[in-house]
Design a protein around this ligand. Sequence first.
Ligand code: NAD
Ligand code: GLY
Length: 375
Amino acid sequence: MDATRTHSTVTIDLGDRSYDIRIGHRLLDDPASLEGLPTSTSALIVSNVTVAPLYAARLKTALLTRYQHVHLVELPDGEVHKDWASLNLIFDVLLQQACDRKTVLFALGGGVVGDMAGFAAACYMRGVPFVQIPTTLLAQVDSSVGGKTAINHPLGKNMIGAFYQPLRVLCDIDTLATLPQRELSAGLAEVIKYGPIADMGFFNWVEANMPALLDRSPQAMAHAIQRSCEIKAHVVGHDERESGLRAILNFGHTFGHAIEAGLGYGQWLHGEAVGCGMVMAARLSYALGCVDAHFVQRLTELVQAAGLPVVAPVLDEQDNVGRYLQLMQVDKKAEAGAIRFVVINAPGSADMRSVPDDMVGEVLRASCSSDEKRV
Ligand code: NAD
Ligand code: GLY
């Protein structure tokens, strides 16, 4: 593969809000990555204290070929900072620098930065243009694509946000070279997710290529990102605002969000919680008679092979099931307090279901251990 060329482009088809996801090498500082974006006098790079020192200068150099003023805001790092205070730091800079409604925001970082920059773009002057430049695997295969933006509330994850689409997504595979291995594994959870919900051929490919993915083989990475984005683009193109189909992208997330909120944001990484949550959701699918034990075993082994946990933490020594159920009721899929789970109907196809509490309790009893600690 020519390392200087864009590897591929996936288009999200949303009528006049359609946009491209460009996947390739050296996209970050290539002025060609910016062609076709709106012109304006100013741009703002939204990043964090970890990513900005690695990549902001290169991006700024490219942006200066197009924008007269390029500002930078460095947010504190971590899921625990995905909150109002960090969001306000973005607004502070936008206002201090007298940014107008043509100012273009560039989200440079992982899913936390992308979700917050997107939400800021949706709100500032009731909406300014923004571009996603995801630098984690998780963000390249999932969070930068599809226009979900949000911050957390202490009572629930991603509960305050907006649907707001970027103008473009630039997935520069080279940025993954500096990603810690634990974060790479977290990203693999969302890659694995696409198989059971949509494409068992891709699941087979991920199984066969897990060693190459863990080694960050550029070819394997490029394929995983491209196929993940294609599946997500298809789903979002059919159901942008999650009135139905899009919910399947939350496979494993109902259990996962409960783990994240129950342990305190940042204890388990989002991808770790989703990985374990998928194993739990697969067990639920088995209990419902939709998949066989072999499928649950394969998924469990793949999650484990990615370096992710498959045993869930106990969140309350006195009433663990009750605590999980309470947390899972604060989920955007819940309706009138009834929890709804994404279950696998058959390998490669998913659906949303309400499931009796006692069946969920059985899965929790089989899945949780007090010994499971991450940090
Ligand atoms: P993250 O944004 O916290 O990034 C993980 C860590 O890696 C951070 O410490 C970050 O500073 C660091 N980092 C990022 N890029 C790096 C690089 N290239 N080199 C070295 N370090 C780097 O976590 P994440 O896993 O990217 O995203 C998780 C977030 O995404 C969660 O808040 C989750 O809710 C959200 N999410 C959103 C959607 C969506 O559709 N909007 C989908 C999935 C997840
Ligand atoms: N990650 C879930 C979604 O984008 O809908």
